[in-house]
Design a protein around this ligand. Sequence first.
Ligand code: SAH
Length: 447
Amino acid sequence: MGNYKELIIKKVDTSLKGCVTLNKKEIALDNTIIGEVVNIETEGSKEKEHVTKVQIITPSSHRVKPVCPVYLKCGGCSLQHLEYAEQLNLKTRLIESLYTPFKVKIEPTIGMSNPYHYRNKSQMVFKFQKGKLVSGFYEEGTHDVINFDKCYLQNEYCNIIIITIKELMTKFRISAYDEDRKTGLIRHVLIKTSTLNEVLVVLVTGSDNFPGKSNFTKALVSRCNKITTVIQNVNSRKTSAVLGDKEYTLYGKGYIKDILLGKTFKITSKSFYQINHEQTEKLYQKVIELANIKKDEVVLDAYCGVGTIGILLSSNAKKVIGVELVKDAVMNANKNALLNDIKNISFFCFDATPFIVNMARSKEHLDVLIMDPPRSGSTKEFLKAVLMIKPKRIVYVSCNPKTLYKDIKLLEESYKVISLTPFNMFPKTKHIETVCLLKKINNHKFI
Ligand code: SAH
């Protein structure tokens, strides 16, 4: 028999889970909201006491019924139980509390009008499980697949494609890949959609050999006629990465195009592309506004991906330099510059840290730095080089408020944080994207 305790959710942790205090320790609980009274069942001695069950006694007025039937199991969108407006408030408050030391006004989190089906990229695993072909996401920490036919975050057409692929796999007797035995064929399906109504489908297979691939592709494209390209990607390694190196185009051009703020971008299976189109346009618009580039200014777009931000800024600038680690992304960035007839931009395939350290050593001039690093943030060496080059303005786009904090703390000796705007790029999830403007301190004035 466990112990039962009635407790109140007093705060949230940085992943926005409600917390209770148990034996002077803070414990985060899924699916809870600040202000709620919960009854928890615990097991174990005082030192090792852990929660085994949570029952909501007094629900919050902000609690709503999640639309997704696998919500509690999946955990992909952990805030579905909270009213959307309150999700945005919660994110604003979290940024406010994290950034109190900077004494800067935090703007309200920018949200979406319809916060569902916003993902233009979806990735599903296929498996033969308990005598049935299933597709979905891995249950956290396991290789068990949560089977579902509809994800409320994905573009609705992706859901239709996945159901069709499952039906066709049965019809054509194509099996799902078995990781342990290394048998079977289809491991994952990756789908990317664009606002130009183009759809890219990647069938990730465990081996090169795909019997009946042309009939399968024909049937898929005729059933889902919005698909404009189909790729076979081969991944035979025992890995959690979805894509392997080898690819064959089975149908169409092998890529799709999308439009962002009037510019065209090429999207391939491997290159990074922002997954929420509506919010990306708002975020990039904000970056352009804050960067406020003048005609004679030189800009560095660090961690540039396929060059989106640099390309969008280029018409205001004298020159833009983009740096990115992934070769495929840099190739696409160059193609995107050509596609949009942009001549004052150059992309370099390099680790951003040695690249900027080198710029500092050779005393290169830079007026504005745009940086959009991965979740781990930037590096000390990168930031030290920034302090040597001293660009007038820095616009930092961050997908992790904790690493943004650590990085801008290092820039504080020469920069002041002017504004912080959280963006809801991933509604219903715990993630927070933030755009931060920093200006160089110049005799106590900012330029
Ligand atoms: N600004 C782009 C991409 C942002 S995602 C956009 O808005 O689309 C972060 C990018 O940083 C990814 O493309 C990733 O490949 C790249 N990256 C990760 N580590 C890097 C490093 N050390 N140096 C340069 N680029 C890196």
